[in-house]
Every structure is written in C-alpha cells, then in structure tokens.
Design a protein. Structure first.
Length: 385
C-alpha cells in the first residue's frame, strides 16, 4: 500500500512490521518523530512490543543490549550528540554480538550547534563493529530497516540504518508500506539465542588475557567480513519478495565511463539526473552509489571501478585533518588496482547546505579537466558558481 509519509515514519513502520519486542530510546532532533510514532502506536495497543523511555541515549543502548542478550528483538534511534553519547555502549553491543538494530538520523555534531544533515556522526562510529547501511530515500529507509533485522539476527551483529536529517527524516514522499503477512514471511519470528545468565554475570563481559582479547577481535573481524555475503543475499531475497533491491553498491552507466561520480545517500538522487543529462551531451560519465559502508564493499567497488581512469567522490562529511571519509575509504579499497586511478574528493553540503544539480555538474566538469588529483579534498559551495 502506497502511503505519503516522512522518512522517520517510514522507519517506524518498518519497526512495527518487524514485530519488534523492545524499543528503547531518548528523544533528540531530528530522530524524535520515529520515537513519537512508535509511542503513539504503543498507547493505542498497535505496536505489539514494549516502549522503554530512558534517561539518555547511553541507557537506551544499554537496555537494547540487555534485552537482545535475553533473546528479544530490539530497536533504537538517535542522532548527532545522542549517538556520540552512545559510543561506549556501541562497542559493548558489537563485542557481545548483540543484533540490535538502530536508525541514525544524520545530524551535525556540535560545536557550533545546528540541526541539519551531516554524515560525520554515523561515520565517526565506523570502528565500533556495527554494520552500516546508508539509505537514499524514504522507501530505501523502510526496506533497509526490514533487511537490517534479518541481517543482524543472522550474523549476530548490530546494524545501523542511516538516513539524513530533513532530506529524508522530515521529507514526505510516496512510500510502499508492505503487507504484514509479507514481512512476517521475510522476517521470521525472532530466534536470537538467549545468552544472559544472571547466575554468571561475567559470561557477558569476561576479563581476558592478551591472547584471548586478540582472538575475540579476530573472530569479530571474520564475522564482519562474511557479513557482506549475507547482506547481499538478504537484499536479493528482499527483491524477490517485494520487487525492490539495492545491492552493496549501485552502478549506473559505468561500463564505458571515462569518469565516475561516487556518492551516497540523498546526493545520489540529484546526481542521477545530472549524470543522465551529461550523458545526453556526449560525456562518458557514470555514477556509483555506496549503500553499505561497514563492512566496506571493496570487491564490489573494484568490480565496477577498476577499469575507470577518473573518479570523483562527492560527500557530505569531513574527517578533519584529512578529507571526506568515503573518499579515504575508496582510495584504500582501490590501492591495489592494476589501474592508476585519479581519485579526487569533493566536500559539499556540509551542515546541510544544498547540493543542487548545478553544483554536481561543476564537480563533474572539474574532475574531467583536472590532469592530476590534489592530495586534499576540494570544498564546493553554491557561492563558488
């Protein structure tokens, strides 16, 4: 059934459809409407699970972790400073192999204070051991949350679905909300093994020696590596069941491209039209959207980008003192490619500023004419036009 809803409410619909047993969260702009909608359903006895109103985001993740270890399907959502406050517990969730699902609504990190879209909050958690999926629109947000429960519970790894503040969270668009029976068939009743034993509290977080710690980390790394196959398989099953699939990455017009623009999330939607228009003008330009950030889909990206001589990475985040985070990751992924790529990073939309078609076209044309890439990212703003 098509519904005209916001991205936040699309996420909430997915959580309800997956018959989530515990939702624990603390309100923070711009994530709060997710929590409000779930709370509204709980009050009307339509949620089917329990809401836990915690005193902080740190406590929300602690509650989800505990419930997950007891065998429950759990969900939380947060943004910006809330995710930063959760940081300690994110390591606990991944270390305990708890399949918690979370939606992060990307928002700027202080200081200064702002409430707009910036991916740095979720990307700063890249080393916490969480799977990360980035959505382009409200439909992909809903679909990714449904997939996330199945991925997380199969791998026993926590999974974060990331949407952008305002551009997805509060923007209303038609979203196909699937039938409950279809979701029930796709996401089976929860079968998370119960690992919480009140008589053996040290079992959850034992004190280990150096070699044991090393082996824990090795097992976690192997699990993250094998998660790519599971993410891809779940997405393929989802496409068979619902008619929509997203892959690890999406490639458009890359087969004969002299230059490929790499994007993620909402920037991709605008870039699609720009790339199509330049194709009509005779420019051999392609587009690659990165959907899965952790684990990083190196093999999938190399399969598409290895033959391409020039790559431009346009992103809405910055690792201060370096460049855009997706650009750095992509450079590392292509380091052993037989082709010497010219990879140029571009920063735009920082703080939620607009990335319009004209800006994207300027980025592409600059990358086409640039003979050698710079070591630093290039800042691009609407005022540069």
């Amino acid at each position: 059934m098509k519904r005209f809803i916001t991205g936040n409410h699309a996420v909430a619909e997915a959580v309800r459809l997956c018959r989530t047993q515990l939702v624990a969260a603390y309100p923070i702009t711009p994530q709060t409407p997710i929590y409000e909608k779930l709370s509204e359903w709980e009050a009307a006895d339509e949620l089917g699970g329990l809401m836990m109103r915690t005193e902080s985001e740190h406590s929300a993740m602690a509650a989800c972790l505990s419930a997950s270890l007891a065998g429950a399907r759990t969900f939380t959502a947060t943004s910006s400073q809330g995710l930063a406050l959760m940081h300690e517990m994110l390591h606990f969730a991944s270390g305990c192999r708890a399949p918690v699902v979370m939606c992060c609504v990307n928002r700027t990190l202080a200081v200064p204070w702002a409430f707009w879209s910036d991916q740095t909050d979720s990307l700063s958690q890249r080393d916490t051991g969480w799977i990360q999926l980035y959505a382009e629109d409200g439909q992909e947000a809903l679909d990714s949350v449904i997939q996330a429960f199945r991925i997380a519970e199969h791998m026993l790894l926590p999974c974060m679905v990331v949407i952008e503040a305002n551009f997805i969270s509060h923007f209303m668009e038609p979203v196909e909300v699937p039938d409950q029976a279809m979701v029930d068939r796709f996401v089976q009743p929860v079968t998370i093994p119960k690992r919480f034993d009140v008589d053996k509290p040290g079992f959850l977080a034992p004190v280990v020696n150096q070699r044991q710690y090393r082996d824990y980390r090795r097992l976690s790394q192997e699990a993250m590596g094998s998660a790519l196959e599971v993410i891809e398989a779940v997405d393929q099953d989802f496409e068979k069941a619902f008619g929509r699939g997203y892959g690890l990455v999406e490639a458009v017009g890359t087969e004969d491209a002299d230059l490929v623009l790499v994007t993620t999330a909402t920037v991709t939607s605008t870039a699609r039209g720009v790339v199509a228009g330049l194709r009509d003008q005779g420019y051999k330009v392609g587009l690659v959207k990165i959907r899965v950030f952790r684990p990083f889909p190196t093999k999938a990206l190399r399969a598409v980008l290895d033959p391409v001589p020039k790559i431009a990475v346009l992103e809405r985040n910055v690792s201060l003192g370096r460049e855009g985070i997706f650009c750095s990751e992509l450079k590392a992924a292509l380091a052993n490619s037989p082709v010497r790529h010219h990879i140029q990073g571009y920063l735009a939309g920082i703080g939620g500023t607009d990335i319009d078609p004209e800006l994207i076209e300027r980025v592409i044309m600059d990358a086409f004419k640039r003979e050698e890439p710079l070591d630093d990212a290039i800042w691009v703003t609407e005022e540069d036009a």
